[in-house]
Ligand binder design. Sequence first.
Ligand SMILES: [Zn+2]
Length: 182
Amino acid sequence: MVYLNGNDALVFDTPTNNKASSELIDWIGKRKIKGVVVTHFHIDCLGGLKEFHLNEIESYASKLTIELAKKDGQELPRQSFDDKIAFVVGKKIAYAQFFGQGHTKDNVVGYVPSEKALFGGCLIKALNSGKGNLVDANTNQWSTTVERIKNKIDGIEVVIPGHGKNGGIELLDFTIQLFKEK
Ligand SMILES: [Zn+2]
């Protein structure tokens, strides 16, 4: 997700490689990119991080994400946070926050209260999609984590998953159900 407000931009997750990151940075154009937030340690969140660093754009991730990315030998986000971080983007505030384990044990989501928008990343599934890559998942906690997001973030209307089509609150319900099935 890219959040644009006024002359600012905030990026949640890099494209999977540096070439695509370069295209994204070009597309954002003259706006100031306040940062890129890596929402978990997999390649589809930080595979294009080097290009952001080459463009002197600050990068952010939770301490746990950085620790896990380090084990994987990835390019590392430079600024860390514990459970939650806030950004000023134009006149609005955007957050990244950890609500619990699911797709991975470090997955955080992004949200912009003023836009009623949630970026779920790989923690939130597009309608009718499968469970995806479960190599690092905690399938027992997944539904509980998504229920927590639904209960704690007020008024979500737009939900953007890590892969596939965006939608509304039904993506949260779909994901909760998907991981309740045994
Ligand atoms: Zn992933």
